[in-house]
Design a protein around this ligand. Structure first.
Ligand code: GUN
Length: 297
């Protein structure tokens, strides 16, 4: 069996055009332009690429983009002062502080300084708690993107066995919460899990988010399972240069799975599309309007 390739690039393009339609209607009907502020501290090359891409796609969707690039030695007080300013800026509906932050800055302190209703990353403790308790919340963009792809392929997820490989705050934990909210039976595995391969082989849905290149092999996968690969790993090629691979060994996994996301072109493009959707949601809610139902539900 050769797995169906789940095209996240195409799905994300569709979501971005729906976002753009909502933005256009908010402008013409309500005189509102959703605005997203992105804060980057330091010179991390991967973060610079992501931030540039976020800014470009925000503008392409018709929204306002506010980029704040701060030097590596920015103090916590300076960063908190900027967040306070953005919290109080009516043109800014979403705030994202790119992670990781330089070591001298306290990540949770900084994230929890963002107004929860502008926390389009869904990392604020209040959004984390709201998601865990089934209340409406800002949902982290990457797991939200994974869920949209899963629901598009599988429809109702209820009763399915879902295994999440990785327990990060950004992907693994919120992914598990989202799957649980859709009535999956959820197992979260990590570096201490015993016989991880056997656990994975029980999965109807397998989400790999560990940051270890090609760790999940075809032999770990239940025949016909749906596999979502969140990994973005650059590895050295034997002939020199680098190539991008996921956390799943695509060649062997695609012989066993029913469907699988490629890397690149799978989950990656979904993250920014969901960020744009969350920004529209935040803009609507902050103006007493109902958030569009067709974006991320
Ligand atoms: N760094 C890696 N992924 C993310 C993300 O989704 N949001 C933020 N703010 N930083 C990240």
């Amino acid at each position: 069996m050769v797995a169906e390739r789940i095209d996240g690039k195409e799905f994300a393009a569709g979501l971005r055009s729906k976002v753009a339609e909502h933005v256009s209607r908010l402008k013409s009907d309500k005189g509102l332009t959703p605005g997203l502020a992105v804060v980057l501290v330091g010179e991390d090359p991967a973060s610079q690429v992501y931030v540039r891409s976020k800014g470009r796609q925000t503008v392409e969707a018709g929204m306002k983009s506010f980029e704040h690039k701060l030097s590596d030695d920015t103090s916590e007080a300076e960063l908190l002062a900027l967040i306070d300013q953005l919290n109080n800026d009516a043109d800014v509906h979403g705030i994202l502080v790119q992670l990781p932050l330089p070591k001298h800055l306290n990540e949770s302190l900084v994230i929890n300084a963002i107004a929860p209703e502008k926390d389009v990353d869904g990392f604020h403790i209040s959004n984390v708690g709201r998601l865990a308790t089934g209340q409406s919340a800002m949902v982290p963009c990457t797991p939200l993107g994974c869920l949209l792809l899963l629901r598009d392929r599988l429809g109702d997820l209820s009763g399915l066995n879902a295994v999440v490989v990785g327990r990060s705050n950004i992907v693994g934990k919120p992914m598990a919460q989202l799957l649980l909210a859709k009535s999956c039976t959820v197992t979260v595995t990590h570096s201490r899990t015993r016989d991880i391969e056997k656990v994975c082989r029980e999965a109807d849905i397998l989400v790999a988010a560990v940051g270890r290149p090609e760790m999940v092999k075809g032999s770990w996968i239940k025949p016909g399972a749906t596999v979502i690969d969140v990994g973005i790993n650059w590895i050295e090629k034997p002939e020199g240069g680098t190539r991008l691979v996921g956390d799943v060994d695509y060649d062997s996994a695609s012989q066993i799975a029913g469907a699988i996301t490629p890397v690149p072109g799978g989950v990656g493009p979904m993250t920014i599309a969901c960020l744009l959707a969350n920004t529209v949601t935040a803009c609507c809610r902050s103006n007493g309007l109902e958030a569009p139902a067709d974006l991320v539900n």
